[in-house]
Write a protein that binds this ligand. Structure first.
Ligand code: AMP
Length: 288
């Protein structure tokens, strides 16, 4: 593997890729790269001829101006980190992804998958995710897209879009990479104050508690206890839901579902963190 080639323009990238191979894979990111992102790139390298990493802080998926403005941006550091890890680093501008002349909205009803969890708490977020992914697919025509389990509802919606719109791109999902204390790696962790960071392992502890109790205690009771566990100083849980991993609907009887996931979001000071843990079964789509 040589050095990563940096490309900004859509046509510049298509031209560079011309004739290079048939198996083109994309790892879409918003930058401030960490081990979680690197694990996607590694999985991608195993299966693909050409691995493209994109860094684009997509404005249409942010429902809070402050979160968009303060989202960590460290492109020089990112570039150094993946210098030899991928073939192309794609850094498009907002006007390239959303040219004024183009209607980039995607005509797709995702309401059944956005009725719970991140959906009501982040209005418009998943429309923005679908919109940006569709643009990347139109521009790059990847055979595979690699995403993390960390954003469970997100990858489920992206998979739905790929299938519903009959796109030729397939999704591969990679497991969540965690810090030593269990906190899921996230670009937003950079913004946590040290004291809050030290307490943030409570999220994984609550998820692990749910895994231990599933089948022994009613899901509703587990959820309530997990919320109680996470209600410590500086932390304000938004939701903790035990859902069917396909429908995203809360479950009552674990026996009646093959794939069960606990998903949670919590404010940690001014930073909103999300995480999830599979409690039962295995998600399809997982990369080797
Ligand atoms: P982001 O840059 O946060 O938009 O994330 C880009 C991709 O990396 C998404 O598919 C995320 O699900 C994935 N990702 C983020 N954090 C992790 C993690 N800790 N482990 C595995 N994948 C991750």
């Amino acid at each position: 593997m040589g050095m990563t080639q940096l490309v900004h323009g859509n046509s510049e990238l298509r031209l560079a890729m011309n004739g290079l191979g048939s198996n083109i894979c994309l790892v879409p990111t918003m930058g401030a790269l960490h081990e979680g992102h690197l694990s996607l790139i590694k999985a991608c390298q195993k299966e693909c001829d050409i691995c493209i990493v994109s860094i684009f802080v997509n404005p249409t998926q942010f429902n809070q101006k402050d979160d968009l403005e303060k989202y960590p941006r460290q492109i020089t550091k990112d570039q150094a980190l993946i210098q030899k890890e991928c073939d192309y680093l794609f850094l498009p501008s907002v006007s390239q992804i959303y040219p004024k002349v183009l209607d980039t909205n995607v005509d797709l009803d995702i309401s059944h998958l956005t009725a719970s969890m991140e959906g009501p708490n982040r209005p418009g977020h998943f429309d923005g995710v679908v919109q940006v992914l569709k643009r990347f697919i139109d521009i790059l025509e990847p055979d595979y897209i690699y995403m993390g389990q960390k954003d469970f509802q997100q990858f489920s919606i992206v998979d739905y879009m790929l299938k519903k719109l009959n796109l030729k791109t397939s999704l591969r999902v990679c497991p969540t990479i965690r810090e030593a204390d269990g906190l899921a790696m996230s670009s937003r962790n950079l913004r946590l104050e040290p004291a809050i960071r030290r307490s943030a392992s409570i999220i994984f502890k609550a998820l692990s508690y749910a895994k231990e109790k599933l089948g022994k205690v009613k899901p509703g009771k587990i959820e309530a206890k997990a919320i109680e566990m996470m209600s410590i100083k500086h932390f304000e849980p938004e939701y903790f839901e035990i859902v069917d991993g396909c429908s995203m609907e809360r479950i009552k009887d674990p026996e009646a579902h093959d794939l069960i996931v606990a998903c949670t979001a919590s404010w940690a000071g001014k930073i909103r963190l999300i995480d999830n843990l599979i409690l039962k079964g295995e998600a399809e789509l997982f990369a080797e």
